[in-house]
Design a protein around this ligand. Structure first.
Ligand SMILES: CSC[C@H]1O[C@H](OP(=O)(O)O)[C@H](O)[C@@H]1O
Ligand SMILES: Nc1ncnc2[nH]cnc12
Length: 292
């Protein structure tokens, strides 16, 4: 086998992934509860994939209610090596038109009502989020998206808002002044949790609308988003399969950014004072670093 096992988190409009060989569905449980839905696993040649619809099939979960910790833990427990998010997003800049893709590499987290860490009392950890995205995975995903005809902008800042309401005009203008490129409701704390689980993470943010800041363009609605996402989804599916095809024959090596060992520099609680219950719970995502 190539050693690649891609975890794919499908966002709005992407609730299933066809075309996998040896397709299986597993209902799983994690120490943080059940993930958004059953995991669907399969392979393309030698590359394994595990698909999870972020909002559940039929889009049952709000961005606030998505069980981000359980989702990342379920993918880690399934043995995935890398996590690629596919997300709908609003454009905050003229140059990102609906139908195009931003391979975002930075985030601003404005979410306020979510569990954002696996750590806690009895086992404290602080990972670096200076480079929140795995540059290698992001480039591979961007290449795959371009190979199937997508227009990709490499790099960009994704503003994660709480939602579920879309932004006011004043907020949208503020985020533009901050230099943000796209806006969505889900990539945080997902990217933070992936890092805590030592999983390389990247996102293809698929532009569906111009939010509400652009003169003479109607403000975003779910109807606009789903209309564009219907076209984007076909492209996203092709890009995922292309990514897997492109990795066949390339044995996986560790991420050049050291993401798979980042907890070596993150755990601060004195070993003899660590809470055994927390250690046991964290075994699922941090067993390597904890030596359990
Ligand atoms: C249906 S529009 C708003 C919704 O779409 C995006 O979700 P995802 O990132 O899972 O594609 C956005 O973040 C909101 O959750
Ligand atoms: N304009 C927008 N704001 C937040 N999330 C979105 N998802 C898609 N479009 C969005």
């Amino acid at each position: 086998m190539s050693g690649w096992k891609l975890g794919i988190i499908g966002g709005s409009g992407l609730y299933a992934l066809d075309g996998l060989e040896d397709r299986r569905e597993h209902t799983v449980e994690t120490p943080w509860g059940p993930p958004s839905d059953a995991l669907v696993s399969g392979r393309i040649g030698e590359v394994e994939l595990v698909f999870l619809p972020r909002h559940g099939k039929g889009h049952r979960l709000t961005p606030t209610d998505v069980p981000y910790r359980a989702n990342i833990a379920a993918l880690k427990m399934a043995g995935v090596t890398d996590v690629l998010s596919i997300s709908a997003c609003g454009s905050l800049q003229e140059q990102y038109a609906p139908g195009e893709v931003v391979a975002a590499d930075q985030f601003i987290d404005r979410t306020v009502s979510r569990e954002k860490t696996f750590f806690g009392a009895g086992l404290v950890g602080h990972v670096s989020m200076a480079e929140p995205v795995c540059a290698r995975l992001s480039a591979l995903a961007a290449n795959a998206m371009e190979a199937v005809g997508g227009k990709v902008h490499r790099g960009g800042t994704y503003l994660a808002m709480e939602g579920p309401q879309f932004s006011s005009l004043a907020e949208s203008r503020l985020y533009r002044q901050w230099g943000c490129d796209v806006i969505g409701m889900t990539n945080m704390p997902e990217a933070k949790l992936a890092r805590e689980a030592e999983l390389p993470y990247a996102t293809l943010a698929m532009v569906t609308d111009y939010d509400c800041w652009r003169a003479d363009t109607d403000a975003v609605t779910v109807t606009n988003v789903l209309e564009i996402m219907a076209q984007n989804t076909a492209l996203a599916r092709r890009a995922i399969l292309q990514l897997a095809h492109s990795l066949n024959g390339t044995p996986r090596t560790l991420s050049p950014q050291g993401i798979e060992t980042c907890l070596d520099f993150a755990l601060i609680t004195a070993p003899d004072l660590r809470d055994p219950v927390m250690i046991d719970k964290l075994r699922a995502i941090a067993g390597r670093a904890l030596g359990v």
